[in-house]
Design a protein around this ligand. Sequence first.
Ligand code: PLP
Length: 382
Amino acid sequence: MSTTADHGFLICRDSGERYPLDAPIWRSPATGGLLDLHWPAAFPIDEIRRRPPTLWRYREALPVPDDADIVSLGEPITPLLPHTLPTARGGERSLLLKLDSLHASGSYKDRGSAVLISHCKRLRLPRVVEDSSGNAGASIAMYCARAGIPCDIYVPQSASPGKLVQVRAAGANLVRVPGSREDTARAAWDAAREIYYASHCWNPFFFHGTKTFAYEVCEQLGWKPPGSVIIPTGNGTLLIGAWIGFRDLLDAGVIDRIPRLIAVQTEACAPLARAWRTEAGETPAPTPTIAEGIAIAQPIRSAQCLEAVRASGGTIVTVSEQQITAALGAATRAGLFIEPTSATALAAAAQLGHDIAPEPVVVAITGHGLKAPGTIADALGV
Ligand SMILES: *Cc1c(COP(=O)(O)O)cnc(C)c1O
């Protein structure tokens, strides 16, 4: 398939200035601020049904005009698995687990990487840079390997070596930066003056991959929206993607309402939850958490996260380390080997119990347990 790229465009969130989709930019040339991407998504349902079960079946909705540019590692339609959870106040709660842990790199980040790195191939970029201490870096490194695009992945000096194996093994150039996570982001940001920033937070193409989460869930429910969706949230790359996806389906007339988006943070690091509750005073320094995938002290798209939750009629909740460990243990003993970060969503479901409405309730299982066997062993004492 080939469509003209000119009905899509990039748009500066602050000034409204528009840029062509193929401009090699990742932030607004006007303000230096965040860019969004506009793409008129279409859903030819009868054709979609006949296509292979990968996220590329939503072909018309993805901002990669030419098939020749697609970089794919398979991107399966991930299962929506029924699960019953005992709740904190007694009783049981039925859930549908969206097993995004089954992507090639072991996390849903592959949705974003597939679309972003396809775009990078389209732009014929000689090299890209990304910063991440975990799953985003692993996913970008694997898709770059597939595309044959060299990449630099910046990580904090303190990043656990286990999480970096995928990055190294894929042949990416690993750059270790002394200091905090923010120091690493600054170093990548400096490098991005010369090299295209394939950032999962800044680059709007990433979110137009994660949006396929919403498409899949609706198709799996017979092209109907779920009642509520529970999503572990740090930078909000799945939360915002889901919001874009449900909006696309609403705008195209495929669904008639948007589900409640319930974002989950840890008590250890909860800037979005604090902003949601409009808490005054200084933000406390983050404390250690086993849900390291969402320990983001300064999410750059926080305003967008809050907008998505508010506009969907959702909420932002926090869970404690004890709740996360309990949810993780219950999940693994039920045969679900998931990342501790993903267990936050199950902890939230147990906490909310029957206060989550309407049904059905979908829980994003964002990462595979094999990502963090050491953390799981320590947390569960196994
Ligand atoms: C990246 C990630 C998240 C959340 O992503 P944010 O973009 O920071 O909101 C949740 N779970 C896992 C396993 C992740 O890798």
